[in-house]
Write a new protein. Structure first.
Length: 386
C-alpha cells in the first residue's frame, strides 16, 4: 500500500491550501474564513453533502462510495492559538496575536486532499463523514458539534483522528489502546481571611501560610494516594496574593490543572483536591473556596479500531515506522467527546525534527501532506468495508 500517486500530483495544491490557512489563523469558534474556505473546496470537489454551522462554525462533508458499507468519520481541526508567530516564513500569520502553532492548518489541508481523491474515485464501500471542527484548543468544539446533532444526522459507526508530532520521525505513526491523552481540567482556589499587620501575625489567620500548606499537601494526592500504575498530574501554576511587605493579605488565590488517564482517578483527584484544601484551611481559620472546571475527558482508543489503524499505517510506511504501544501523553484533546459516543482511534504521525507544538517557531511539515492523505484514503477503504 504505497503512497498514492494522486497525492503527489496534488501536493502543490494542497500545500497552497495549508499555507493559506496558516497565514490567516482564526481562534476558537471564530473560524469563519477557514470554515467558508473548507466548505467551498468541498463543494468544488462535487461531494454529496456539505453541512455548515454545526456546533456554531463546524463543517461536515459527506462522500458516498460506489458500493454498500458503513459510514465512518474523519476529524480535523480548524482553529489556531492566541499567540504570536516568530517563524519568519513567507506564509507566516498575517493576524497579530494568532498562530497555527499546533498544525491544525496541516490537518485540515490533508483531510481536504483526501476528500478530493475520494470524491473523484468513489473507490470505497459505504460513506465517509469529513468533520472539520472549530475550537479544539480549549473550546470543546467537538462537543458542540456532537450536541448539535452530528450523530443524529448521520449514521457514523466509528471516528478517527490524526495529529502531527514534532520529534517523531517524519511519517512514523504512534498510538496505544485505551487512554492515549489525558483529561484536562483546571481549578481555582480562593483563601479568605481578615488581613492584618505583618508585625502582629497572631491577630489574623494567614492565607499565605495556608496556601503553602495546601501546595505541599496537594502533591500527596498523586504521590501517595493514586495508583502509581495510573498516570495523573496535579500542578499548581498560579499563586497570587499580597500587596505590601508589612501586610498579611485578606485573600490569596491559587490555580492550576489536573490531568489523568483514568476517568475514575480523574474524579477522585478532583474530590480530594477540594477536601484537602478545605480541611487545611479550616484548621488554620481560613475560608477556602474551590472550583474545579472539568474540561475535555480522557481520549480513549478502542482496541479494535487501533488494530485497524496500525495495520493501515504498517502497510503504508512499513512495520519499523509504527509503534502501537506508545507511552500516553498528559496533553488533552476534545476528540474525547467523539470517542465517548463511537468506537474511535486517535493516532500521532511524525512531523520530523521541528519546533515543538504551541511554540512561536513551530510550523507544520509540508512533507507530511502526502503521507497523511494516503493514510486517510487507505483507512477509508479498509474501515468502511470491515
Amino acid at each position: 500500500m504505497p503512497l498514492l500517486n494522486s497525492t503527489a500530483a496534488n501536493l502543490a495544491e494542497v500545500t497552497g491550501w495549508r499555507h493559506d490557512f496558516h497565514a490567516h489563523p482564526e481562534i476558537l469558534y471564530e473560524v469563519h474564513r477557514t470554515a467558508a474556505r473548507v466548505a467551498a473546496l468541498l463543494t468544488s470537489f462535487g461531494i454529496d453533502e456539505v453541512a455548515t454551522g454545526l456546533g456554531r462554525t463546524g463543517v461536515v462533508g459527506i462522500i458516498h462510495g460506489n458500493r454498500p458499507g458503513k459510514m465512518i468519520a474523519l476529524r480535523a481541526e480548524m482553529d489556531a492559538l492566541p499567540m504570536p508567530e516568530e517563524t519568519g516564513l513567507p506564509h507566516a500569520s498575517t493576524i497579530p496575536g494568532a498562530m497555527h502553532a499546533c498544525g491544525h492548518d496541516g490537518h485540515s489541508a490533508m483531510l481536504l486532499g483526501a476528500a478530493k481523491h475520494l470524491a473523484e474515485t468513489r473507490d470505497f464501500a459505504g460513506s465517509v463523514a469529513l468533520i472539520f471542527q472549530p475550537a479544539e484548543e480549549g473550546g470543546k468544539g467537538a462537543l458542540a458539534m456532537a450536541e448539535d446533532g452530528l450523530f443524529d444526522r448521520w449514521p457514523i459507526s466509528a471516528c478517527y483522528a490524526m495529529h502531527n508530532m514534532p520529534g517523531l520521525p517524519l511519517g512514523a505513526f504512534a498510538s496505544v489502546a485505551g487512554g492515549i491523552m489525558a483529561s484536562a481540567d483546571k481549578f481555582n482556589m480562593t483563601l479568605k481571611a481578615t488581613g492584618g499587620h505583618a508585625a502582629w501575625p497572631h491577630t489574623t489567620p494567614d492565607p499565605i501560610v495556608c496556601a503553602g500548606q495546601i501546595i505541599g499537601a496537594v502533591q500527596t494526592i498523586v504521590s501517595r494516594e493514586a495508583n502509581p500504575l495510573l498516570a495523573s498530574v496535579i500542578s499548581i501554576t498560579q499563586v497570587l496574593g499580597g500587596s505590601a511587605h508589612n501586610v498579611i493579605p485578606a485573600e490569596v488565590t491559587l490555580a492550576g490543572t489536573l490531568r489523568a488517564l483514568d476517568p475514575g482517578l480523574r474524579q477522585r483527584n478532583a474530590a480530594r483536591l477540594e477536601q484537602i484544601a478545605k480541611g487545611i484551611a479550616a484548621t488554620m481559620g481560613v475560608e477556602a473556596q474551590v472550583e474545579v472546571q472539568f474540561g475535555s475527558g480522557v481520549v480513549m482508543n478502542d482496541p479494535r479500531e487501533l488494530a485497524l489503524c496500525m495495520d493501515v499505517a504498517r502497510d503504508l510506511m512499513g512495520p519499523d515506522m509504527v509503534d502501537a504501544h506508545m507511552v500516553p501523553l498528559m496533553g488533552g484533546d476534545d476528540f474525547c467527546y467523539l470517542a465517548e459516543r463511537r468506537p474511535s482511534c486517535y493516532v500521532f504521525v511524525g512531523n520530523g525534527e521541528s519546533a515543538g507544538l504551541h511554540t512561536t517557531k513551530y510550523d507544520f511539515n509540508d512533507d507530511l501532506i502526502p503521507i497523511g492523505i494516503s493514510y486517510w484514503i487507505n483507512l477509508v477503504q479498509r474501515a468502511t468495508a470491515s
